[in-house]
Design a protein around this ligand. Structure first.
Ligand code: SF4
Length: 423
């Protein structure tokens, strides 16, 4: 069990409509109830981070249409995680699979209004999508009238409720929930918001059936997933893997570690660190990583070398996350910079009070925002303190370690420099 080629079956280049149809065949003329039934039985879960059962979401939106009018389908291709490239890769290589998924999801819930959201600075993705939509219009294929919507390039702008607010003519900022979008979303209609990879899987599950979908992965984590593997591995990149493989097998997909590892960041910047000895046997699935104390998130895995400083790496990301707060909620606005400051003090100066400060701040930040942004940041910071306990003791007893001299492993967009270090 290692790599798989379902979403990636058309190869590494852009698959135009003719290539796409040769590889995957035409869309079946399935009726709405059958689509929902197949997706339900397939066990497909969201691949954007929440891992919510896709069939259940379809059913909720379809049911809501009886009360609140025709639903809206929104495909989320924004990929807010700076270290993730899987949605972008899929949008560039296999946009027709995503458009198929949008068309089938719309048929399942009874929607005519279909949107595909991407970040405004992804001009190559937008160009590719326009080309794909043009091919569908010429062929009279379903999904030709999907509207491309551009979203500001901020971490929280692609959060579900922020997308709804943007599509309703407001700013792309998260809203306190409920109501959730599936109850009352775009123009007050029940709104299905799914990650683009999820919709691409949906297109294949409906074509080939639930048993086919479950023939990869494990019974409790069926199917494949796109993952972004980076850091100290031989061939960083985006790969499609069967869910349920071990952490060690996952790293081998990218050619294996190029030097001894200290830890692996699982799930991206909303995820958590796992020490390398705990990562190796962990199962790569939402439940498997949760059992190990981490998260699958958007499928990002970054390998940290043994000679790097996990505390300093996390402090840089914490500063980035603090800068990406929408600035609407006090615990997030004030709490995240304070957490980042404390971790920076520990990493850079061996501040002995930092761990206590973080432990006392965390409960007042996590779960206190309108969205889950602060929860993810707290999880990342607290996982650093528990997984890098040896480093913590070293920093507070002897000062910063030699790992500070290494080039950073975790990518942090330059925009985070807007928030200066507050020490
Ligand atoms: S929790 Fe933070 S990111 Fe989320 S809405 Fe409030 S201020 Fe914005």
């Amino acid at each position: 069990m290692s790599t798989a080629h379902r979403l990636t079956a058309t190869g590494p280049s852009y698959a135009d409509l003719a290539v796409h149809l040769r590889c995957h065949g035409p869309l079946p003329a399935a009726d709405p109830a059958w689509i929902i039934e197949v997706v339900d039985r397939s066990g497909l879960t969201g691949r954007g981070g929440a891992a919510f059962p896709t069939g259940r979401k379809l059913r909720a939106v379809a049911g809501g249409s009886r009360r609140s009018g025709a639903p809206v389908v929104v495909a989320n291709g924004c990929e807010g995680e700076p270290a993730s490239s899987k949605d972008r890769t899929l949008l560039l290589k296999a946009p027709h699979l995503i458009l198929d998924g949008i068309a089938l999801a719309a048929r399942a819930v009874g929607a005519q209004d279909m949107r595909l959201c991407v970040h405004e600075d992804q001009t190559d993705v937008i160009r590719t999508l326009r080309q794909a939509l043009g091919e569908r219009r010429a062929a009279g294929a379903p999904g030709a009238d999907v509207e491309i919507v551009t979203v500001p390039d901020r971490y929280v702008a692609s959060e579900e409720s922020a997308l709804v607010q943007l599509l309703n003519g407001g700013p792309a900022l998260p809203l306190a929930t409920p109501p959730r979008p599936f109850e009352k979303g775009v123009r007050g209609r029940p709104t299905l918001i799914d990650n683009v990879e999820t919709l691409a899987h949906l297109a294949l599950a409906v074509r080939h059936g639930a048993d086919w979908f479950r023939s990869a992965g494990t019974p409790d984590a069926p199917g494949t997933a796109l993952v972004t593997l980076g850091g100290a591995v031989a061939v960083p990149g985006v790969y499609e893997v069967e869910l349920g493989l071990s952490g060690a097998e996952l790293l081998a997909v990218a050619g294996g570690p190029v030097e001894p590892l200290r830890a692996v960041l699982c799930g991206g910047y909303f995820g958590a660190w796992l020490r390398s000895d705990r990562f190796a046997p962990a199962r790569i699935s939402a439940r498997g990583l949760q059992n190990a104390g981490a998260a699958m998130g958007a499928g990002v895995f970054l390998a940290l070398p043994a000679t790097s400083c996990g505390l300093a790496e996390t402090a840089r990301v914490a500063r980035y996350l603090a800068a990406q707060s929408a600035g609407q909620c006090g615990p997030c606005l004030n709490g995240l910079p304070a957490l980042a400051d404390a971790l920076t003090g520990l990493a850079m100066r061996g501040d002995r009070k930092a761990a206590t400060t973080i432990a006392s701040l965390a409960p007042y930040v996590a779960g206190r925002g309108a969205c889950r942004h602060p929860d993810g940041a707290v999880r990342l910071v607290t996982s650093a303190l528990s997984e890098f306990g040896d480093d913590l003791r070293l920093h507070t007893s002897r000062g910063p370690c030699a790992g500070l001299r290494r080039a950073p492993i975790l990518p942090v967009p330059a925009a985070s420099s807007r928030v200066p270090e507050r020490v």
